[in-house]
Design a protein around this ligand. Sequence first.
Ligand code: ACO
Length: 362
Amino acid sequence: MLQSATDHEPTPVHRGRSDGRRRPGAATSEATRLTAESIGILGLGAYAPERVMTNADWAARVDTSDEWIVSRTGIEERRFAAPGETSVDFAVAAAERALADAGLAARQIDEIILATDTPEMYSPDTAAFVQDRLGAREIPAFDMAGSGCAGFLLAVDVARSRAREGGKKILVAAVELISRLMSWEDRETCVLFGDAAGAVVVGPGARAARILAATAGTDGNKAGILGLEAGGTRVPFSLEAARAGLHQKVVMHGREVFREAVRRMSEAATTVLEQAGVGLADVALVVPHQANRRILDAVARRLGLPAEKMFSNIRLYGNTGSASIPLALTQAREQGRFRPGDLVLLTSFGAGFHWAAMLLRF
Ligand code: ACO
């Protein structure tokens, strides 16, 4: 039985435990240059809301069935935000758990990077609200938006290189609250998604895991196959666009997304294994972006990975976008699916198309 991150009492965050005297930016001015290998994950945590939306709930609203959804995606239920809950609430809940896991207070963090396609508002970015709510110092805090389900690993990769300069401790959060922004009438997309958030602290040391290798790539030629067009300069918000439902229209060419997701997640996984000079047999667990069950099965087949080494929580959480890897990784650790010393491979794919993979040693 997979457990929700909400099943566990978060460890209290000891605000104010740090000296609080360090100047913002002091970490960079110290200009200590570390090697990539000295940067790791210091803590992780996740948050999934209480409210469960089942396939039967969807079948009562749109022309679909439990049988169709399960056979195509493996999803039986997903979590949706409660009315009034917003992206910042999610991100802060996950961040507090990651900070507690890292044994850090919010004031000890030197930077915040937040990946999301469902921000708190159009401007300013979600990271600004998170900095304030956490009680962090006046540090750099910014969003990496629009890279879909690959956003989390891209943000960790950026954090990893920024942490090398001066040994910064960087909070990376990923949050998706897509139930608030998607169309509840488009059966081709609405049944796929769930809401969640996850976070890690990246910095010198390897309190939770060492980052052994990372890769990322983009094929912007496929930008039209998956995305949400309205709201930018190409299709600005307007009454006409809203009447046509464009503000909620997730464009998704399902079969092409399927093909590309399998190919890119497999290739990125192979690349990080090669970079680290290890084989797939050395890996204890693969934690992929939870796109859908059939995609994960196809990636496992293509890699030659035994099914039990492919972690999935898709049945109970659906596709939670950029939050899916930190949510799945946190749950896999809670379930004892890997032990200290084990290699864990993360691989992701999202709108853009972007892809990224990372190899960790816990
Ligand atoms: N319930 C019932 N019928 C549906 C539903 C639904 N929820 N959604 C679509 N259909 C219908 C379509 O209208 C279509 O009907 P038609 O044949 O009369 O035109 C039919 O089902 C399509 O059926 P299939 O061809 O069997 O569908 P397919 O096997 O291609 O599965 C799916 C569709 C699940 C979208 C698949 O293409 C897929 O998994 N693609 C990847 C999409 C994905 O994972 N997106 C997540 C976001 S991207 C990411 O995370 C990387």
